[in-house]
Design a protein around this ligand. Sequence first.
Ligand code: ATP
Length: 456
Amino acid sequence: MPPASTQPDVMDKLVSLCKRRGFIFQSSEIYGGTGSVWDYGPLGVELKKNVKDRWWHAMVRMRDDIEGLDAAILMHPRVWEASGHVAGFVDPLVDCKTCRGRFRADKLEDARCLQKPSKRPGEAEQCQLTEPRQFNLMFKTFMGALEDSASVVYLRPETAQGIYVDYKLVLESTRQKIPFGIAQIGKAFRNEITPGNFIFRTREFEQMEMQFFVDPDGDHMQWFEYWKAERMRWHHALGLADARLHFHQHTAEELAHYARAAFDIQFDFGGTLGFQEIEGVHHRGDFDLTRHQEYSGKKLEYFDQPTNRRFVPYVIETSVGADRVTLATLVNAYREEEVPGEQEGRVVLGLLPAIAPIKAGVFPLVKKDGMPETAHRLADDLRRHFPVFYDDSGAIGRRYRRQDEVGTPFCLTIDGQTAEDGTVTVRDRDTLQQDRIAMDRVREVIGARLEATAPA
Ligand code: ATP
């Protein structure tokens, strides 16, 4: 059991902030919404993109031993037989005949009766649960004009299989040598029985996965340890607090039958949700490639020239949800605080500047004396380098608060002095400190501060 959360539950406040400020909306809201599917609004799409870019930068761009890939969502149906998903990607489902709720039989501990929320399903009097039945989580659809069993295809429930089936092609086209990895970011779909907790568990989501191919007779356990440490380092570099992160080792019951070792990186989401998986680091042995070799009839062995050996490589997988990590950055960043000398407090998203959707707010102090024109010129110049937001409406304090709430690290104000000496004030979101700097140095100063927080 993970340790209990010591962090407050900010989820409801966050859901409302995300809607109000354009981070995340419920899908098809005007039709009453679609169950646990979410849309990223103007600020959310930037935040999530920044998270994905940081992953791609660390996992692909900064390394010469990992190649990128963008495999298709629809794959040959045999892929999912080989991977074990057709037979085994199931959750046990139970229905309550009284409250009409539908629950995962293995997660009843965390569930609540729909009629009596103080009780767990099955606990309330007269509450009758059906026998568990196995429910496959893959979404099925048809390819082509005929809707028959021969045309069934699946929406992929994970991106990993695209990597395994393309592994030989990547190897041959890049002339990589083992150990090496393949990374990709893409959508995955799971018909979850109990989705929820905002974007934590949804039916359509995005994964960032990397499969690292290693010599089965070599130092594969060292590589496993390496990737555990490396991935934890990445989450820290994203600004997630130390105290909110830890490893959870899979117990014998949790471990997939083919897996040699597995750890989850868990993040403390606060409140009752508490510590939950955001990433899995798995030692998958040679299970996947062996199965694809068997089902496709194509050799997926690697020939190791120096030792003159042929073998099916072992795979170390790192698999992280882009949406879940984005949620973690939001939960981690949300704070309410008092402001010295002011009556009203403020809400701040203390996002790492490198992932904040807007890097700088640009404000003319008043709408006269040429200030708006100067502010527009500055905003247009900065826009070529990073996202900025021009705002000339309302009191300056209000404008600052609006940017604090969406995590903008810097605010630049053009005032009367700007026309005299060419300086503007730079206000820091976290320290509230205001410094005057020359307008023609703003890009350089902010650029340097952003660079300093860019996680590698
Ligand atoms: P869980 O036990 O939470 O269902 P899992 O162990 O099935 O997750 P994996 O198959 O290891 O998850 O997927 C890797 C990562 O993909 C997870 O750590 C998570 O970040 C993300 N992920 C998986 N399922 C979902 C989902 N339904 N919604 C959002 N993200 C998900």
